[in-house]
Design a binder for this molecule. Sequence first.
Ligand code: FES
Length: 150
Amino acid sequence: MKSHEYDKIFSKFTGVEGDLIPLLIQIQERDGYISPEAIRRVARFLKISENQIYGVATFYPKFRFEEPGKKTIKVCMGTACHVRGGKFLAEAVGWHFGISIGQKTPDNRLDFQRATCLGCCTLGPVVQIDEKIHPRMMVTQLMQMLREHE
Ligand code: FES
């Protein structure tokens, strides 16, 4: 993010410590993650230490501190999807790419995430690739799709 884009975000806040979480949310919405540069700028703006920011932000699993992969696959592990085989879908992705949930491929092509519920439980098990929801997913079908995304 460029300097003036940070300024634009900061202009919506007064610079008090209570602005920290909403600020980080906006930065992550904009960039997909919170970079070391963003932490430095927020620390300066709120007049708190970078360590304080990490201390608070790492408490929230929603925040991520590394750049996401180019394509994101989210396997829903919510209860409804889990009982319909979501776990097997997650294992299939893991085997195929040799990564675990929360990791990305070394070439930065794919980001592997879990979701707690994608809001369409009756269609489970559900997988989301970028913005698109894929309902009633089966392992064979998912493997086919993963090959197409290679
Ligand atoms: S539990 Fe998977 S969509 Fe709700």
